[in-house]
Design a protein around this ligand. Structure first.
Ligand SMILES: [Zn+2]
Length: 122
């Protein structure tokens, strides 16, 4: 049996596979049940992890774990649009900083050039 660190509480424990310790599994089971019940009663609401966590009074991180374990499927408002939007913005910022870098480099070298010419004249 391998020793693994629990994904939830960071405790070291012996596990044949799962990366969640038995204590956390039990807690997650309870949270999972509560989440399922809430979703069943509110099946028209498109909740994301944070909203569901607030609704059932649990930690969003625990629901995140359940989602990443494939036990829960939640509506994710951050999916797709925002992510690619962020990437585009990052790219734009990167491009901007590149252009800025080029500009200042140009400025530096041309002023150096001027200085050199000035020196040669003297
Ligand atoms: Zn644990």
């Amino acid at each position: 049996m391998n020793m693994v660190t629990c994904d939830r509480c960071s405790k070291l424990f012996g596990s044949p596979g799962p990366r969640i310790c038995p204590a956390c599994s039990k807690e997650l089971d309870a949270i999972y049940k509560r989440a399922r019940e809430y979703l069943r009663d509110h099946d028209r609401e498109r909740l994301n992890v944070r909203e569901l966590a607030e609704a059932i009074g649990e930690e969003a991180a625990d629901l995140d774990l359940l989602v990443s374990m494939g036990r829960l499927r939640l509506f994710d408002e951050d999916d797709g649009v925002t992510a690619s939007g962020d990437r585009e913005k990052l790219l734009q910022d990167f491009q901007k900083s590149l252009n800025k870098g080029k500009g200042s480099q140009k400025g530096q070298s041309s002023s150096l050039y001027v200085a050199e010419r000035y020196r040669k004249k003297d």
